[in-house]
Design a binder for this molecule. Structure first.
Ligand SMILES: [Zn+2]
Ligand SMILES: [Zn+2]
Length: 225
């Protein structure tokens, strides 16, 4: 099955389309599962279940933590509450205890943990569809599983890259396969023309409308229906 482990909706300050539109489009482009990982907002389980049923595609509840402009990011999947930890080195263990999955996204960007292995991460985003340069230096370390996330912020960005996992159906199957390294990155970077929506919203939200959000946290962002 094709799984995209890193997708944003309009609940992120720089996301364009609603969760429903993202899930519908993901199904249309042939993905079998997507993780919704909005900035600092855990996607609700009941909504994920509802969308999964409606569109026949598995929606994995997740969150991408860290202030999106200034702090390094982490991704938590399959947990019921936002993980709380003091040091990033505690994060992966905490997620293991909760049967979730911890991912170090875009490790070689300014907002990524390039020393992910030393910090206890067992899963790294080896390819990021929006910032493929972020994966150029991946070291293929034993015991570190590699996944792909498109980091889509708009529906047209979906479907260009994914993680291929053989013979999986449930969320538990997917996590277990990833933990065992039974996953392969496939696809290519998202064409620039498909990112135009993102840049439009980025400009409007970040630069014109919400400059102060660059400084404060983003938890207050309105939820869409
Ligand atoms: Zn990020
Ligand atoms: Zn992201």
């Amino acid at each position: 099955m094709k799984v995209d482990f890193h997708v944003h909706t309009n609940r992120s300050i720089d996301g364009v389309h609603r969760p429903r539109e993202m899930v519908k489009h993901a199904k249309n482009v042939g993905l079998d599962a997507i993780a919704i990982t909005d900035h600092n907002q855990l996607f609700p389980w009941n909504e994920a279940k509802r969308l999964s049923k409606e569109f026949g595609i598995l929606v994995i509840p997740g969150i991408e933590g860290g202030n999106f402009a200034f702090e390094k990011h982490w991704i938590a999947l399959g947990i019921k509450e936002r993980p709380v930890f003091k040091k990033i080195s505690e994060f992966s263990k905490l997620m293991e205890d909760r049967s979730g999955l911890a991912i170090a996204p875009h490790p070689y960007t300014r907002l990524g943990y390039h020393n992910y292995a030393d910090l206890g991460f067992k899963v790294v985003e080896a390819f990021n569809g929006t910032e493929p340069k972020a994966s150029k230096k991946i070291n293929h370390i034993d015991g570190i599983s590699e996944v792909t996330g498109s980091d889509s912020h708009a529906a047209p960005m979906l479907g260009f890259c994914w993680t291929f996992i053989d013979a999986c159906e449930t969320l538990e199957d997917i996590f277990e396969s990833v933990r065992r390294g039974l996953c392969i990155s496939q696809g290519k970077r998202i064409p620039l023309s498909r990112c135009l929506h993102l840049y439009g919203v980025y400009f409007t939200n970040r630069i014109l409308c919400r400059p102060f959000n660059m400084i404060y946290s983003f938890n207050e962002i309105a939820q869409s229906p």
